[in-house]
Ligand binder design. Structure first.
Ligand SMILES: [Zn+2]
Length: 487
């Protein structure tokens, strides 16, 4: 071919079109990847499957640093560690971008159930300590604690249905026995987590003095699941806590037997501590479209109770190792592939917000986040502009040997990326890509002291690394913009 034709072909290829396509047919011709890009994606898939870095990084993060709530000394240590780890993977432009925030700090807490004796003379009340944890952002009790009767509700909907004007919650400690269903996609969490996030608001609206919930989790272990809760500043802020699932079941049994239960609650916490955290960033530099960003991510902070192995040490390790694979493969992408390890996902999304403010004018081809533990990826979905959807058929074909299927029907282009990425997708209309992991067991340990390294199966990490390396690469090479997404 002559030079002019070559250029024409390259331009057409870049637009995803055959040079022979007549103009009238172009709108209907779906964009496709270049064969060379698909072949490189297959190579990345194999390199990802051979990865050992993710497990090495996760071991370091869990063993050497452990729990790292945003703004803590351990968080600062994690920020320093992450930059070293990303440099070790030969990634470029490694940096930590600081942000100021106010953090919540847990203090000692206890809850004791007071169970009345049998209805006969001389019978004495019995006391039973509950396994519990304050919810993130909870205000403290007064120093002398709170001693009140329990107003028990089977779920959040029952509390919401209780007329505030006549509610039995007034002057009592509300207890919400919200159960969570175990599912592969984790959909049970979305259905149940309102009890945690909205419970204190709904209880305060009805005059309650504190609120307890059954842990939002799928285990039956004697552990409590923490997590962020919220207040409505026009209502009193009341102390909020979760009890273990077995203890909640004891309470449900006593409640069903008609026993009037009391609870003694003591809870210390601070929620006004000035602190600093960071987003840690590294890049695989792009070439002709280097100013456009393909963002893959995890969050560096964790709750304080475990090691943050699944949440989100795994995601940190997977996203970092995937970028390491892309770098090591030695072929520069068209767009810049950026790893972001967000600060304070767990209790306020400060990192994601700060990132969005800082880079709001930069084109983002994709935002994605690994934040669902270390289970294998089984599903690909996304939120992109309609013209970009056919490209995902190609991405799915490369991912298929890894056991990943392209979501079908309605859910295909209604994907929800990980939480920081989802916030950025909605706030900035940046296209989101989700690699859905098997979360069947994720909520057994989520936000608990059981979120430790020994609960991770190291064999599933390379599959995740391969999925992210392939997806990031093809997003970076795509002949059309993924955005703006259909939201
Ligand atoms: Zn997380």
């Amino acid at each position: 071919m002559k030079r002019r034709e070559l250029l024409g072909t390259a331009a057409a290829l870049a637009a995803g079109l055959s040079p022979m396509t007549p103009p009238s047919a172009r709108a209907q011709t779906p964009a496709r990847f270049a064969d060379a890009d698909l072949r490189h994606a297959e190579k990345l898939r194999e390199l990802g499957l051979a990865d050992t870095q993710a497990w090495a990084l996760l071991q370091q993060l869990c063993r050497d640093i452990g729990p790292r709530p945003a703004g803590s000394a351990a968080d600062a240590k994690a920020v320093a560690w992450a930059q070293g780890a990303l440099r070790g993977l030969k990634l470029q432009n490694v940096r930590a971008e600081s942000l100021a925030l106010r953090v919540w700090q847990r203090g000692p807490a206890s809850a004791t159930l007071v169970i009345p004796g049998a209805q006969k003379p001389g019978a004495r009340a019995r006391e039973q300590g509950l396994v519990m944890a304050a919810l993130g952002n909870s205000v403290p009790t007064p120093p002398e604690g709170i001693d009140a009767e329990i107003a028990w509700y089977p779920d959040l909907a029952a509390l919401q249905a209780d007329d505030p004007a006549t509610s039995r919650a007034k002057g009592r400690i509300v207890f919400i026995d919200q159960k969570m269903e175990r599912t592969r996609t984790g959909s049970g969490y979305g259905a149940a987590v309102g009890a945690r996030s909205m419970g204190p608001i709904e209880a305060a609206r009805r005059g309650a003095v504190a609120v307890g919930i059954r842990s939002i989790g799928t285990d039956r272990a004697p552990i409590a699941h923490t997590g962020a809760t919220r207040y409505d500043l026009s209502l009193p802020r009341i102390p909020a806590f979760a009890v273990s699932v077995p203890d909640a079941e004891v309470m449900a049994g006593l409640q069903a037997a008609g026993a009037p239960l009391r609870l003694k609650l003591r809870l210390e916490a601070r929620n006004d501590v000035d602190a600093t955290t960071h987003n840690v960033i590294a890049e695989v530099p792009g070439t002709d479209l280097k100013d456009e960003i393909v963002l893959i991510s995890g969050h560096l902070d964790s709750w304080d109770l475990g090691q943050g192995a699944q949440d989100d040490g795994a995601g940190v390790a997977i996203a970092s190792a995937a970028a390491g694979v892309l770098m090591a493969a030695g072929v520069a992408p068209r767009r810049t592939i950026r790893v972001v390890l967000f600060g304070n996902e767990e209790n306020g999304f400060d990192g994601a917000r700060a990132y969005g403010d800082r880079y709001k004018d930069v084109v983002h081809q994709m935002v994605g986040e690994s934040d669902f533990g270390a289970g294998p990826v089984f599903q690909l979905n996304h939120r992109v502009q309609p013209a970009a959807v056919p490209l995902f058929e190609d991405i799915a074909r490369v991912l298929a040997p890894l056991g990943v299927a392209w979501a079908d029907g309605e859910s295909r282009n209604r994907g929800g990326p990980g939480p920081d990425a989802a916030l950025l997708m909605r706030r900035h209309r940046w296209p989101g890509v989700a690699l859905g992991q098997d979360g069947t067991n994720y909520f057994d340990v989520h936000h608990t002291e059981h979120d430790t390294l020994d609960r991770i199966d190291p064999r599933t990490l390379p599959q995740n690394v391969a999925c992210w390396a392939v997806t990031a690469w093809l997003a970076a090479q795509a002949p059309v913009a993924f955005g703006p997404p259909v939201l």
